[in-house]
Design a protein around this ligand. Structure first.
Ligand code: SF4
Length: 979
C-alpha cells in the first residue's frame, strides 16, 4: 500500500473519529458505516421518533419529510435480519425499509430482499380479504367471506374432529417458520401432533450429520475470528444466515483468513474463495475424509481434545471387545479407519487433482482451533447419504478441536435463545404417522414430501389441512402428485391456505386467508450467527407507530391493508372458537393471566415473555424508563450474551447433583432438577437412567462437566443410536456413494443440480417483489461447452429438453465453463405459474399455463408469459421481460434418504435439443411413474418395527419440533404388518 493511500486512510479514520465525537457530544448514538470510508450510516436512535429527510422528488426544493423509524424483522429468508420501517408521519404509510443498526446479527446490513419488503407490502396483486371456494376445488370460483364466517367454519370442523378422537386429521404444514415455537405451542394446546414442516426438502441432510455428533442439529461457525473458513455451499450469497455470516466472513478475509469453497458451480461465493473445488456431486464426504485422514496420519489433530471429548471409549467397548480401552489403542485403530481415503482416492471420486486436495488439507491443518465450517443444503440435500457430508465435515472440526473455540464452530443451541412463553401446553398424546411414518425412525424431520403418497396408500386422511408460508405444489418434488391429492376431498377434507399472496397451491384451497408480510405481524426468533445470543422481534410497524402516536391498536387488522391479519391473533381467536367454554382444555392456553377468563392479547403474550424470560432485558429497558415490551418495540432486537465459549467444559454445580448415578463410561445422571438455565433451546433430550434420573453431565478427567446433549454426553464419533437402530455400518463418519454417483448413471446421463438459489430470490416468498423480479427472472440450464457439443446444443438460449425419471421440462441452455462437464444445473427459484383463468398472483413472475392429462400423464404448456399489465401500481406497466423460467421441481420423483429422511434432490437426467413443437416452460409428468419411484426409495428404508431396539417408534432423545408424550412413542402392535 502506498504512502498516499495510507495518508488518506488516516485522514478517513480521523474524520470518523471526529464525526463520532460530534454525534456523541449531541447525546446521540453514532452508527459507523460498514466500511472505513463511511462516516455514519444510520440515523441516531435518539431521533427515530422524528427523523427528517429531504424529499428526493421535490428536488431542488428543500421539502422535509418526517419519519418515525420502527424496527421489525425481514421475512424474506431465514436470516431474520433487522429492518427499520420509515413510517411517514404525515401519511401514516411506510415509504421504505432499511437496515436496523441495533440488530446484533445483521448490524444494519441487508441484502436486496430486505428493502424489497416494500414491494410486497404495496403489491397490487396481494390478497386483502378472506376468500372461500365456490364450485369445484381448483375450478377457480371464489367468494369473499368474513373472518367470522371462516373462523366459525374451521373451528366447528376442528372441534368435531377432536371430539371424535380424529386428532391426526388436523395438520398445519409450515414452510419458513420465521419464528420460534408459536405454532407448535398452538398445536400442543389442541392436543394434536399436527406440525409438519418443509425441513426434509431443505436442511435435514445437513442437520442429521451434526445431530449425530453433538445432539444438536446445527453448526454455528464463528466466521469473524477464523483463519480458515470451509464452506460446502454458496454461503456468501445464499447460504443459511448468509447476510449475517457473509459480513463476518468478509471481515475474516480482510484479516487474512483463507476461504475454501466446495461447490460444483462457479457461484458468486466460489469466485471469492481462495480455494474453489468443483467436485463431482456426491463426492464431498470423500474429500472431507481425505482431509481428516491427512490430519490423522500426520498427527495434526488435537489429541487432548479428542481424548477428552470423543466417545472413543464407548466405541472401543462396543465395537472392539477385547481391545484395551485406552486412548492409545483408539489412536491405533483410528489410524487405520480412514487410511483408504487418500488424496488420490478422493481425487478420483471428485474428479479433482490430488495435489490440490493435499494443498487444501495443509491449509486446514494449519487452522488449529480457528476452523469455521458450514454445510447446510447443497451437497447434504442433494445426495443419497448426504447427511454424511456434514458428519464428515464436523469430523474435521472435531479432530482439530475447533469446537466452541474462538474462530471455531459451535453447537447452535449455545448461540441461540428461545424465551419461555406465557403458557406451555403438555406434549400431545398422539403420534402422526403421516408425518412420522414407521419406515423412517431416524428421520431428522417430518417426511412431509411423501404426504401425497401416504394419502394415496390409504394410510390416513386429513380433515383440516393448513399451509402457512408454504407452497407445496410448487416447492416440493413431484408437485403434480400434490395437486392430485389436494384436489381429492376424500383425502383432504378442508384445505386452508394462510398466505399473503396467491400461489400454485392456494388455488386448490377451500379457504384462502390473508396473512401479513414481515412488517405486518408479530414473531420472535433467535438464530446462531456468531458466538452470542440474541432475540429478535418482528412487529406490525403501523400498529406500533399508531400506538406511539397515541392511538392504541388491539387488533392488527386495524392497521393492515384490507382485512389482512396476523397469525398469532388468528390462532388465539380460532382456539377460543374451538373451545368456547374451556371444556376441551384448550382455551386455558390462550387466556389472559392478567384478566382471567378473557382472551390473551399479543401485547400480554410478548410483554410477559420479555419481562420474565429474556435475561437482562428488563434491566436494560428500565434504564431507559421503558417496559421490556416497549423497549423491544422501539429497538427490535436484544443481545443477551456474547462469548458463550465452551459450554461443554463448564463444571456442573454441586447443587444440580443429588442422588447421582454414573454409567460405566462416565455419563452422570441426577435426581436434582437443573438450575434455571437461560438457554432453553429445544435440543435432543438424552436418555435418562433406568430410575428416571436426568442426564446431568459427563465425567471428564474426574470432573463432572456439562458435556453435549448426546446419549454419551460426549461428541459421538461412533453413534450408538445409528448402530442400535439398524444402521451399524454407518455409525462412524463415512462415505456413502450417492444415487447420482457416476457408477449409477446410465449411458448418456448427467447429474442435474437443482438446489441452488439466486441471491435476489428466495423460493416463492420474494416473487411478488417487483425490484427483485426485475433483477432475476430466469433459470437457464447451465451446460459445459463440452456437454453442449456432445448433446447437440448449439448456443446459449437454445431450448433443451431435460428428461428425468418421471417426465421432462423444456428450458433455455446457458453454455458456460462455470459448471463441470457431466453436470448441469438449474436454479429452483423460477418457473412460477398460474392456471389459465386463475388470479394474477405474482404479477410479472408468473406465466400462464394450461394443464391437461392424457394417457402419458400430465402436460403443462405455456399460454402466456410475463409482460406489462394494468394495476394500481404504474410499474406493472413497465415489465420489460417475458421469461419467468421453468418449474423443474414438478418433474422430480421423491427420493427420501432412508436414514435422514431428506429428499435427495440431485437428478440423473438426459439432455436433448428440444423436440419440434417444444416451447420454453413445457412440462410433462407421469405421476404413475412417480408412484413407482416412491416405492423404490421406500424399499430402502428399515422400519422401526424391524429395527427398534426398545419397542419405540423413534429414539426418544432425537429432536422433534413438536414432541409427543413418551407414551406415544410406543410401537403399535400392528406396525409389524407394514405395507
Ligand atoms: S432476505 Fe436478506 S435482508 Fe432479509 S433476512 Fe434474508 S439476508 Fe436478511
Amino acid at each position: 500500500m502506498g504512502s498516499a493511500e495510507d495518508a488518506s486512510l488516516d485522514e478517513l479514520a480521523r474524520r470518523v473519529s471526529a464525526a463520532r465525537a460530534a454525534t456523541e457530544a449531541r447525546g446521540e448514538t453514532f452508527y459507523q458505516g460498514a466500511s472505513r470510508v463511511h462516516l455514519a450510516a444510520f440515523p441516531p436512535r435518539e431521533r427515530w421518533d422524528d427523523w427528517v429527510e429531504l424529499s428526493s422528488r421535490a428536488w431542488p426544493a428543500r421539502e422535509e419529510r418526517h419519519y418515525m423509524l420502527v424496527p421489525t424483522t425481514c421475512f424474506n429468508c431465514e436470516s431474520a435480519c433487522g429492518l427499520l420501517a420509515y413510517v411517514d408521519r404525515d401519511t401514516g404509510q411506510v415509504r421504505k425499509f432499511e437496515g436496523n443498526p441495533e440488530h446484533p446479527g445483521s448490524r444494519g446490513r441487508n441484502c436486496a430482499k430486505g428493502p424489497a419488503t416494500l414491494n410486497q407490502v404495496t403489491d397490487p396483486d396481494r390478497i386483502l380479504y378472506p376468500m372461500k371456494r365456490s364450485g369445484p376445488r381448483g375450478g377457480g370460483g371464489w367468494e369473499r367471506v368474513s373472518w367470522d364466517e371462516a373462523l366459525s367454519a374451521l373451528a366447528a370442523r376442528i372441534r368435531a374432529a377432536l371430539a371424535e378422537g380424529r386428532h391426526n386429521e388436523i395438520m398445519v404444514h409450515i414452510g419458513r417458520p420465521g419464528e420460534d415455537g408459536y405454532t407448535e405451542r398452538v398445536l400442543a394446546s389442541w392436543g394434536v401432533d399436527g406440525h409438519n414442516s418443509h425441513t426434509n426438502v431443505c436442511s435435514s441432510g445437513g442437520r442429521t450429520g451434526f445431530q449425530f455428533w453433538m445432539g444438536i442439529d446445527r453448526p454455528s461457525p464463528d466466521h469473524a475470528h477464523a483463519t480458515v473458513i470451509y464452506l460446502i455451499s454458496a454461503h456468501l450469497e445464499s447460504g443459511h444466515y448468509f447476510n449475517p455470516h457473509a459480513q463476518r466472513i468478509t471481515e475474516a478475509r480482510a484479516n487474512g483468513a483463507k476461504v475454501i469453497v466446495l461447490d460444483t458451480r462457479l457461484s458468486n461465493t466460489a469466485t471469492h474463495a481462495d480455494y474453489w473445488l468443483s467436485p463431482q456431486p456426491g463426492s464431498e464426504a470423500a474429500i472431507n475424509l481425505a482431509i481428516a485422514n491427512h490430519l490423522i496420519q500426520t498427527g495434526a489433530y488435537d489429541r487432548e481434545f479428542v481424548r477428552r471429548w470423543w466417545n472413543w471409549a464407548e466405541y472401543l467397548t462396543e465395537c472392539h471387545p477385547g481391545t484395551p480401552v485406552t486412548f492409545e489403542a483408539f489412536e491405533e485403530i483410528l489410524a487405520g479407519l480412514y487410511a483408504d481415503f487418500t488424496f488420490e482416492f478422493a481425487a478420483a471420486e471428485a474428479g479433482l487433482d490430488a495435489d490440490v486436495l493435499a494443498e487444501v488439507a495443509a491449509v486446514v491443518a494449519g487452522a488449529g482451533h480457528r476452523f469455521a465450517c458450514h454445510a447446510w443444503r447443497s451437497a447434504a440435500a442433494g445426495n443419497l447419504g448426504g447427511w454424511q457430508v456434514s458428519r464428515t465435515l464436523f469430523l474435521i472440526a472435531a479432530l482439530l478441536g475447533a469446537v466452541a473455540t474462538e474462530g471455531g464452530t459451535f453447537p447452535n443451541a449455545w448461540n441461540k435463545f428461545v424465551p419461555r412463553p406465557i403458557h406451555v401446553p403438555p406434549h400431545p398424546g398422539v403420534w402422526q404417522e403421516l408425518s412420522w411414518p414407521l419406515e423412517y425412525p431416524l428421520a431428522q424431520n417430518e417426511m412431509s414430501f411423501l404426504l401425497p403418497h401416504f394419502l394415496a396408500d390409504g394410510r390416513g386422511r386429513l380433515d383440516t389441512y393448513f399451509i402457512r408460508v408454504y407452497n407445496p405444489v410448487w416447492t416440493n418434488p413431484d408437485g403434480l402428485s400434490w395437486m392430485e391429492a389436494l384436489c381429492d376431498e376424500d383425502k383432504v377434507g378442508c384445505f386452508v391456505a394462510l398466505t399473503p399472496t396467491w400461489s400454485e397451491s392456494a388455488w386448490f384451497a377451500d379457504y384462502v386467508l390473508p396473512m401479513g408480510h414481515g412488517p405486518e405481524r408479530h414473531d420472535t426468533h433467535s438464530y446462531e450467527q456468531y458466538d452470542g445470543q440474541w432475540v429478535g422481534f418482528r412487529q406490525p410497524v403501523l400498529r406500533t407507530a399508531r400506538s406511539r402516536l397515541g392511538t392504541p391498536v388491539s387488533d392488527t387488522r386495524e392497521v393492515n391493508p384490507g382485512e389482512v391479519w396476523e397469525e398469532n391473533e388468528f390462532w388465539i381467536e380460532l382456539s377460543w372458537r374451538i373451545d368456547p367454554d374451556g371444556s376441551l382444555g384448550i382455551r386455558q392456553y390462550h387466556e389472559s393471566r392478567e384478566r382471567p377468563g378473557e382472551k390473551l392479547t399479543v401485547d400480554e403474550y410478548y410483554g410477559w415473555m420479555f419481562s420474565r424470560s429474556v435475561p437482562g432485558l428488563a434491566e436494560r429497558a428500565a434504564a431507559e424508563g421503558l417496559s421490556p415490551l416497549d423497549w423491544m418495540r422501539r429497538y427490535g432486537a436484544f443481545e443477551i450474551s456474547r462469548g458463550r465459549g465452551a459450554v461443554h467444559e463448564q463444571e456442573v454445580p454441586a447443587a444440580e447433583l443429588s442422588d447421582v448415578s454414573v454409567s460405566p463410561l462416565g455419563r452422570v445422571y441426577s435426581a436434582a432438577p437443573p438450575a434455571a438455565d437461560p438457554n432453553i433451546v429445544p435440543a435432543g433430550t438424552p436418555p435418562h437412567d433406568e430410575d428416571g434420573r436426568r442426564p446431568a453431565g459427563v465425567i471428564v478427567d474426574g470432573v463432572v462437566r456439562h458435556g453435549f446433549p448426546t446419549p454419551s454426553g460426549r461428541l459421538e464419533f461412533w453413534s450408538s443410536t445409528l448402530a442400535a437402530w439398524g444402521w451399524p455400518e454407518h455409525a462412524l463418519p463415512g462415505y456413502i456413494r450417492s444415487h447420482v454417483h457416476p457408477s449409477r448413471l446410465a449411458a448418456g446421463q448427467v447429474v442435474l443440480l437443482s438446489t441452488f438459489r439466486l441471491p435476489t430470490q428466495i423460493h416463492t416468498r420474494s416473487a411478488n417483489a417487483k425490484w427483485l423480479d426485475e433483477l432475476a427472472h430466469t433459470n437457464p440450464v447451465w451446460i459445459h461447452p463440452a456437454d453442449a457439443a456432445r448433446f447437440g446444443v448449439g448456443r446459449t438460449g437454445d431450448l433443451v429438453r431435460v428428461e428425468t425419471e418421471i417426465g421432462h421440462f423444456v428450458a433455455k441452455a446457458w453454455i458456460t465453463e462455470g459448471i463441470r462437464p457431466g453436470v448441469v444445473a438449474c436454479s429452483h427459484h423460477m418457473g412460477r405459474w398460474r392456471l389459465d383463468g386463475g388470479p394474477r398472483g405474482a404479477g410479472g413472475m408468473m406465466a400462464t399455463v394450461g394443464l391437461s392429462r392424457g394417457d402419458d400423464g400430465w402436460q403443462m404448456e405455456r399460454r402466456g408469459s410475463a409482460g406489462p399489465y394494468e394495476s394500481a401500481d404504474p410499474d406493472s406497466q413497465r415489465i420489460w421481460w417475458t421469461d419467468t423460467g421453468v418449474h423443474q421441481n414438478l418433474t422430480f420423483g421423491v427420493h427420501p434418504d432412508p436414514i435422514s429422511g431428506m429428499h435427495c434432490w440431485h437428478q440423473a437426467v438426459r439432455i436433448r435439443p428440444a423436440a419440434p413443437g417444444d416451447q420454453h416452460g413445457d412440462i410433462a409428468v407421469d405421476t404413475r411413474k412417480a408412484r413407482q419411484v416412491y416405492r423404490e426409495w421406500l424399499a430402502l428404508a428399515r422400519p422401526a418395527g424391524q429395527v427398534s431396539p426398545d419397542g419405540t417408534r423413534r429414539p426418544h432423545w432425537l429432536m422433534r419440533p413438536l414432541k409427543p408424550s413418551a407414551a406415544a412413542f410406543a410401537l403399535p402392535v400392528a406396525d409389524r404388518d407394514l405395507p
